[in-house]
Design a binder for this molecule. Structure first.
Ligand code: ATP
Ligand code: MG
Length: 423
């Protein structure tokens, strides 16, 4: 017996109905970022494994345990992208986009991480990603945040709050790192296995631990803001002043470090309590050192990424509605020679009424069967093309969502009549 194919764990099919909401929300965010002058860039799903190791950092959750890495047929190690920034920077370097130029870019699509699948956490998930390369900030930092705030506002998403922090320069972080090593070494016997390993390699990552047992220890740890260099402190004040002026509320969360190595100075996260433990909806930060680390010229940059699944879930949790996906008109054809005319009519309506959704009855059937399908389609009107009507140059219109009687109009008045009556 053959067994049915199964889906891969943590990889979802986005079905019709749901996909309409996705597209509505994706379009909303695209419109907003384009209105700020960001342009789309499309990137491969695969990159050389080395790119992610070098940019995200070897001692991070993503590189240590979440990447889909495999040799291609030539034995080259490739990785399905776990995030978009590394590929975007690589593409900018490959195509000379950063040479004496500034870039404001957006991209979107699936990301892959081998995580434990649960509500809001999947192995293939989707991100919308914005990056501004070549800008020092803090003005662009504020713009990126204000842009996301506009998105929530436009969509009526209220159950969300903004947390910001600064990670300073690499030198400041180095001093902070030493303070962390000293602190965590003193409580080493209470650390979990991951944290003990990271203590030697990358103590900042302990702050990002997802283990609730580490929480109390992490809360008592030294905070980065006390180690901030003067220029970064000024940068951070500049950002706060701009957010204040724009009326965007935030709280400073000194524990916010973000799970990737390449961040410096500004980091932020939009979080919600409406989605259980997967509260991070949109996360971002500055990565001034990344281009140089990958072999380019020192180039400041900042970006954010939003998880689409969590964005959709939050929109719905805030009472957001899905756009209607029903058709407007269903065309039934009954009797000899009517099908050709019905087809012509359907095309004519699509030509004449912008955006109209017309569904043709396919596969024939009795009047009753066709009306049943018309009803199921959600159409406001069924158009009935019959032999007698055709002979008279007329067509019957049957309202499907009201008790109004069926009526008939002259064929050449149909488009105008429909356009007036479609809501
Ligand atoms: P988390 O703390 O939830 O693991 P993260 O810090 O790993 O998130 P980022 O790498 O910053 O997340 O990715 C940006 C956004 O992508 C997150 O804010 C979240 O909305 C989304 N995201 C990250 N990982 C997943 C996943 N496995 N499934 C669904 N969405 C995700
Ligand atoms: Mg994560």
């Amino acid at each position: 017996m053959t067994t049915k194919p199964t889906a891969i764990r943590g990889m979802n099919d986005i079905l019709p109905g749901t996909s309409a909401t996705w597209r509505y929300l994706e379009t909303a965010v695209q419109d907003i970022v384009e209105s700020y002058g960001y342009a789309e860039i499309r990137l491969p799903l695969l990159e050389h494994t080395e790119l992610f190791k070098r940019s995200i950092g070897e001692v991070t959750d993503i590189v240590e345990k979440e990447m889909y890495t495999f040799p291609d047929r030539n034995g080259k190690s490739l990785t399905l992208r776990p995030e978009a920034t590394a590929g975007m920077v690589r593409a900018g370097m490959t195509n000379g986009l950063f040479h004496n130029q500034k870039q404001k870019l957006w991209t979107s699509g699936p990301m892959f991480r081998y995580e434990k699948p649960q509500e809001g956490r999947y192995r293939q998930f989707y991100q919308f990603d914005v990056e501004a390369v070549g800008y020092d900030g803090p003005d662009v930092d504020a713009e990126l945040i204000v842009m996301s705030a506009r998105l929530w506002q436009r969509l009526g998403i209220s159950k969300i709050r903004l947390e910001i922090n600064s990670l300073g320069t690499p030198e400041a972080r180095h001093r902070y790192r030493e303070a962390l090593v000293e602190y965590f070494s003193g409580v080493k016997n209470q650390l979990d296995e991951d944290s003990i390993r990271r203590l030697g390699q990358n103590p900042l990552r302990i702050l990002d631990s997802k283990n609730p047992e580490m929480r109390t220890l992490v809360e008592a740890a030294p905070v980065m803001l006390d180690y901030l260099d003067e220029a970064s402190a000024e940068h951070f004040s500049g950002l706060k002043a701009l957010l204040d002026a724009a009326g965007v509320t935030y709280s400073v969360n000194p524990r916010l470090v973000r799970g990737l190595d390449y961040y410096s100075r500004t980091v932020f996260e939009w979080v919600t309590d409406a989605l259980g433990s997967q509260g991070a909806v949109c996360s971002g930060g500055r990565y001034d050192g990344l281009v140089e680390k990958l072999g380019g010229r020192a180039t400041p940059a900042i970006g954010w990424a939003m998880g689409i699944e969590r964005f959709v879930a939050l929109y719905e949790a805030c009472g957001g509605e899905s756009p209607a996906s029903d058709v407007d008109v269903y065309i039934a054809a009954l009797g000899a020679g009517t099908l050709e005319q019905a087809f012509r009519l359907a095309e004519e309506l699509r030509d004449k009424i912008a955006g109209i959704k017309v569904e043709m009855n396919l596969g024939g059937g009795s009047f009753k069967a066709q009306m049943k399908r018309a009803d199921k389609s959600g159409a406001q009107f069924a158009l009935i093309v019959g032999e007698q009507e055709l002979a008279d140059g007329r067509i019957s219109i049957k309202p499907m969502r009201s008790t109004e009687e069926q009526s008939s109009v002259a064929l050449d008045e149909l488009a105008t009549t429909l356009a007036e009556n479609l809501s």
